[in-house]
Design a protein around this ligand. Structure first.
Ligand code: NOJ
Length: 446
């Protein structure tokens, strides 16, 4: 195929999230989050792991910035822990928490790395969960006030903001029991989704008022659906599942929930009031996309709200038991571009968990991860050639970290973390990624 060069100015980064790496869960005035509560509840997380210490990034921040510099990263996507800066979620500001992020931003800028914070990566202040959490419509305004605090403190230096990370997963924490807060209440998930959309929109409005020169977007995750067979029934099931992916992008880019959701959920799905629509449809500077795999689906009248059963992985899998299917990222980029016409797209997460091992010579030869990232990036290259405005890519993740319900059992990092010593060890995939950044491209056959 030959060397695949990316457009000039293509932004190469890596991503993490506060709860997954910071630790220091109750230090310097931080309040608890729903993930602290959830991980402290016996039986919720594999091996009883918690984010209490995680990668100890809170104390090792300078060292981690130096590591990013060494790898040649041009941008770093991290998240801000809401209860670290506002322990109760509303009201009192914890200045020590704000200072931590301020120092992080300054440290990154000193090394020429663009800070790209996400305001909400799942760690809702526990105090707000006690007031009803995201299903409470007030949560949208609570979020906007917190967002405004961060814009006012960091907006002179941060140029690119992400409101929410994967709101589908946030809502699923209310619908199901595997992610915090784990309520197992499907109707609450739809209400949560609604507040998340409104909160996102209000935050965009606040940034426009405070720092119109800054950019803002949202990060959405998608597992594209492919029909299991050529039958008309399976094709229709695939189509319904694809339409349902519009849960978050459609209100933002098209003005309402997809019809397939209204049919499936009826009155349980809230309507947008006029002011809500105004907020939710605020034009965005970019759309962030996360992708890890796909779903193959089959018509099944008894399966879920869309009469579509998700089949087991159709081929080789990662440690997460997710099918290794790099084409899904390219297909997703084409689909989103066609449906939503975002001005700019950043791939804000993509990567894979494998059971890495350290060889006797001290190297981690994570060829599976390297090939997966390489093949996904080939798809990004193809999408760009096809006219999709992808302007950057953030690998998930910079570091091995706390993988939610899976705890530390799943390693997604391009850098290994030894959880005994906290030592960081770049894997072979990190070396390859550095070289790719330096050359602004790679040979897909190598
Ligand atoms: C998406 C989430 O944003 C991130 O927190 C998680 O670790 C990765 N997917 C891998 O599951």
């Amino acid at each position: 195929m030959g060397f695949q060069k990316f457009p000039d100015g293509f932004l190469w980064g890596a991503a993490t999230a506060a709860y997954q790496i910071e630790g220091a869960w109750d230090e310097d005035g931080k309040g608890p989050s729903i993930w602290d509560d959830f991980s402290h509840t016996p039986g919720k997380i594999r091996n009883g792991d918690t984010g209490d210490v995680a990668c100890d990034h809170y104390h090792r921040c300078p060292e981690d910035i130096a590591l990013m510099k060494e790898l040649g990263l041009q941008a770093y996507r991290f998240s801000i822990s809401w209860p670290r800066v506002m322990p109760e979620g509303i009201g009192k500001v914890n200045e020590a928490g704000v200072d931590f992020y301020s120092r992080l931003v300054d440290g990154l800028l000193e090394e020429g790395i663009e800070p790209t914070p996400t305001l909400y990566h799942w760690d809702l202040p526990s105090a707000l969960e006690r007031r009803g959490g995201w299903p409470n419509p007030d949560c949208a305004a609570w979020f906007a006030n917190y967002a405004e605090l961060m814009f006012s403190r960091l907006g002179d230096r941060v140029k690119r903001w992400i409101t929410l990370n994967e709101p589908v997963v946030v809502a699923s924490g209310y619908m199901g029991t595997e992610m915090a807060p784990g309520r197992g209440a499907p109707a609450d998930g739809l209400l949560a989704g609604h507040s998340l959309l409104v909160g996102h929109g209000l935050a965009v409005q606040r940034l426009r008022a405070l720092h119109p020169e800054n950019e803002i977007g949202i990060t959405l995750d998608f597992w594209p659906s492919y029909p299991a067979t050529d039958s008309a029934e399976d094709a229709a099931a695939g189509h319904r599942m694809t339409e349902a992916l519009g849960w978050f992008p459609d209100p933002i880019f098209l003005g309402d929930y997809p019809a397939v959701m209204r049919e499936a959920h009826g009155n349980a799905l809230p309507q947008f009031g006029e002011a809500e629509t105004e907020a939710v449809t605020q034009p965005l500077d970019f759309l962030g996309l996360n992708n890890y795999s796909r779903h193959v689906v089959k018509h099944d009248p008894k399966a879920g709200p869309y009469q579509a059963a998700i089949l087991p992985p159709q081929g080789p899998v990662t440690a997460m038991n997710w099918e290794i299917y790099p084409h899904s990222l390219r297909d997703l980029l084409l689909w989103v571009n066609e449906r939503a016409h975002p001005k700019v797209i950043y791939v804000t997460e993509n990567g894979a968990a494998f059971d890495d091992r350290v060889d006797a010579d001290g190297r981690v030869r994570d060829e599976g991860r390297r090939q997966y990232v390489r093949d996904c990036l080939s798809g990004v290259h193809e999408a760009i050639a096809g006219g999709v405005p992808v302007r950057g890519y953030f690998v998930w993740s910079l570091l091995d970290n706390f993988e939610w319900a899976q705890g530390y059992a799943m390693r997604f990092g391009i850098v290994r973390v030894d959880y005994e010593t906290m030592a960081r060890l770049p894997k072979e995939s990190a070396r390859w990624y550095s070289e790719t950044i330096r050359a602004n491209g790679f040979d897909p056959d190598q």
